[in-house]
Design a protein around this ligand. Sequence first.
Ligand SMILES: [Zn+2]
Length: 216
Amino acid sequence: MPKRDLYSILGVPVGADLETIKTAYRRLARQVHPDAGREPDPARFREVHDAYTELSSAARRRSHQIDLDRVRRASRPVEEIKAGVRIRIIDDFRSVAPSPGEILDHIAHNFFGFRRKSGGPHRRLELEIVLSREEAEAGGRLPFAVPCYVACASCGGAGSWPWGVCPRCRGYGMVEAARRVELDIPPGIRSGSRFELLLDSIGLTNLLLDVTVLVA
Ligand SMILES: [Zn+2]
């Protein structure tokens, strides 16, 4: 099959980079996966999976040299898994339940205490990530970007200026920011493995990430 058709199966531009290909695959897999999809379609899933396998390895070959350079410079004790570099728990998982807006509100409780002093009931947020076979074999560190709130730089957290409410934070004294949390994936991980990631270290006491790792 011509490469061009493989790209159109995933609905991405010809020559798309690895991140774009993976994101498209995750979205389609959630839809048509025979066991776990919203609209199971084994034939369509096989087509999508084959396209993903071929295009992702091509994209990986293209970026191989760049990846090597970056790893050498970073000199981390554990190598970072590329798939996770841009995982943002709200943006990348639009299907989060009950809804991204409610999860953001829930997160905000930790910082503002809108209705009660505590962060509210503990909530579990289920996420799925897809690793390539190579990434799963090697293991490594998977970073997630999690929404948080930090003191507003315009008003220093006061929420107001002498002449009125701070327009940047609208009087809350805090603004949304992203904090990074990391999950260490052991080498040789199996598809379907689950991890619980506590977020206390970034000030979220009421949210737990329940991460399922799928191996493509
Ligand atoms: Zn402000």
